[in-house]
Design a binder for this molecule. Structure first.
Ligand code: ADP
Ligand code: MG
Length: 597
């Protein structure tokens, strides 16, 4: 019998790796704009066509690139931002992995014009599918002008995952807001299908926030109060909304060292400070900026993640809580604020000696581009070309995803381990596998929910305390369209008023999850499909529910739980990707491992 394992061609390997960094036009745009910021640009123009699928263009007036650097920039691991591991702990740039441009040029047609201030002429470069097509000299302004055309033109399965232009544009706007809010000194212009939709002059942070969210009758300054806390450990500044300005959908932003981040724990500090001041379904707005030593945070190395760990989260929680309380109190917003009560917390005076900053916990992703290899034997590539080079029209018709690896059966006697309470590491004949437990569980539950939806076999659990959900007109419309499907899987819904429903029961599998949140996630996921096809709705619903039900990342699993999870993964969903394109497991092949030694 002939051998069946072979190496992936470079362009396929790059496409696979691109899946991690570039999931949709918005993530591509984020990478491009962050590069412009890292190049010290103070004027950035962004042009988008058709939700980014036809064109994403970023024009900056930054420091540009030399001809050699322009070419190098598109190689994997090519970065000017760090050169040794120690630099990771002093990061002040947005990028450092050197993989964004390599990933983008693997899955799009890319064209760049770039010139450094010290050069007479600039460089023009065209790349498609990781191959340089042209490089020549050109006349162009100082800075970089990069055009990304036909995103995912050669990865039909990915292109198929793209949502309607409006949805992709909404994602782009979300990303845009996250960037412009923390770079107020930079001038930005955003053009969508030849229409200028945002023009932001260089300004203060407050003016920038106002320019984006201040379109109400009341002046912005009347809606927010400043917060400020300067300590040895961290500097915090920003704005919080006055309680009377709170709405159901408030704007909530955290930034750290120039990056947007999510931080549920710090969010809790803010809601704690507001407790008693808001009606239950209202949320405070906040725009809060943290400045901290780079080595005291763990910029989660996964390129698209926004979760960031702090070495001293508890102390910062207290500082933030105290700062928000103080701001609310100082402006006499809360006469009920009782500084003598035991709930009051002093801003801790933290000296470096008293609170040694823990070792930085940078998680360098060892699974990074596991497939990169030198060119394999020609005949071995044919199989892969079939997977990736079909014309787009062909595959939109088929619902097949490219299957690169099938998750194998795992013998109960094989030792497996969980790394950092996250990834499960499993040796197998194909290589060393790393499994994302949340997504693995999601994959299994996704299949189960899909089956329930098609067979109408859901089982309900009654809620002890029925919850009321109020809906926007758009959400209401979707909910009503989904009502049969929702009741089929176990949601009990009674209309309470024209725009409110009581949730009386939820699918049994949902356990302790928040019913309103879950229902909204289902509704929004369905809206994101931009489709009216039942099958797509079912897939979106199943995915949203599976996401809510699946074991969270960071949960330590017992050996038996891990074996059970992997066995079910093999039996129910051996494919490597979720239906939204997320990777469930990766395999470090023996060749790859050998190459690294
Ligand atoms: P990273 O940002 O992680 O270094 P990228 O792949 O995004 O990796 O970019 C690779 C390199 O290309 C950067 O380190 C930088 O030197 C250069 N580069 C990319 N975009 C620009 C730009 N707009 N202006 C100047 N240099 C750039
Ligand atoms: Mg970058």
């Amino acid at each position: 019998m002939s051998d069946i394992i072979h190496l992936l061609p470079d362009n396929v390997a790059n496409q696979i790796a691109a899946g991690e960094v570039i999931q949709r036009p918005a993530s591509c745009l984020k990478e491009l704009v962050e590069n412009a910021l890292d190049a010290s640009a103070n004027n950035i123009r962004i042009l988008v066509k058709d939700g980014g699928r036809t064109l994403l263009q970023v024009i900056d007036n930054g420091k540009g690139m030399s001809p050699t650097d322009a070419r190098m920039a598109f190689e994997r691991h090519a970065t000017s931002k760090i050169s040794q591991a120690a630099d990771l702990f002093q990061l002040r740039t947005m990028g450092f992995r050197g993989e964004a441009l390599a990933s983008i040029c693997a899955v799009a047609h890319v064209e760049v014009n770039t010139r450094r201030p010290e050069d007479e002429v600039g460089t023009h470069l065209e790349i498609a599918g990781s191959k340089v097509i042209t490089q020549d000299v050109t006349q162009c302004p100082v800075g970089t002008n990069i055009r990304v055309k036909n995103l995912f033109y050669n990865v039909p399965a990915r292109r198929k995952f793209l949502k309607t232009d409006q949805t992709e544009m909404r994602n782009i706007l979300t990303e845009y807001h996250r960037i412009v809010l923390v770079n107020p000194q930079v001038q930005f212009t955003l053009v969508n299908n030849d229409e200028i939709i945002s023009e932001l002059p260089s300004s203060s942070t407050k003016q920038r926030i106002e320019a984006i969210f201040g379109h109400t009758s009341k002046p912005f300054t009347a809606q927010v109060v400043d917060i400020q806390a300067n300590t040895e450990l961290v500097n915090i500044y920003g704005f919080i909304g006055k309680p009377e300005m709170a709405t159901k959908n408030s704007q909530q932003f955290f930034f750290v060292n120039g990056r947007f981040m999510r931080h549920p724990y710090f969010h809790k500090a803010i809601t704690t400070a507001y407790s008693g001041l808001l009606s239950p379904d209202h949320n405070p707005s906040y725009f809060i900026y943290f400045d901290i030593q780079p080595d005291a945070i763990d910029v989660n190395i996964h390129p698209t993640k926004t979760e960031i760990k702090f070495a001293d989260e508890q102390a910062i929680f207290q500082i933030l809580l105290a700062a928000v309380r103080e701001a609310l109190g100082k402006f006499n917003i809360t006469p009920s604020l009782d500084f003598t009560s035991e709930t009051h917390i002093e801003i801790p005076q933290i000296s470096p000696q008293a609170t040694p900053i823990a070792m930085p916990r940078l998680q360098v992703n060892p699974a990074y581009n596991p497939f990169k290899q030198s060119a394999p034997h020609k005949t071995q590539t044919q199989h892969w070309e079939k997977l990736y080079s079909q014309p787009i029209a062909d595959t939109t018709a088929s619902s097949e995803e490219p299957v690169l690896f099938h998750f194998p059966a795992i013998d109960q006697s094989i030792p497996i381990m969980q790394w950092q309470s996250k990834y499960i590491i499993v040796p197998s004949s194909q290589g060393l596998m790393m499994v994302h437990p949340h997504r693995a569980h999601m994959a299994i539950l996704y299949k189960e929910m899909l089956a329930l939806l098609s067979q109408h076999k859901g089982v309900s659990q009654q809620l002890l305390f029925p919850e009321v959900i109020e809906l926007s007109p758009e959400d209401l419309h979707t909910l009503q369209a989904l009502q049969d499907d929702l009741s089929a899987i176990g949601f009990g819904l009674d209309q309470l008023s024209p725009n409110a429903y009581t949730i009386t029961s939820i699918p049994m599998q949902l356990g302790q999850t928040n019913p309103c949140e879950t229902l909204l996630q289902v509704i929004h996921q369905v809206q994101d499909t931009g489709s009216t096809a039942t099958q797509q709705w079912h897939e979106a619903m199943a995915l949203a529910l599976a996401d809510k039900m699946a074991i969270p990342m960071g949960k330590a699993l017992s050996d038996a739980e891990m074996h059970d999870l992997l066995t079910r993964l093999h039996q129910n969903h051996p494919a490597q990707y979720l239906s939204n394109g997320q990777t469930i497991f990766i395999i470090l092949t023996p060749d790859e491992i050998q190459r690294r030694f």
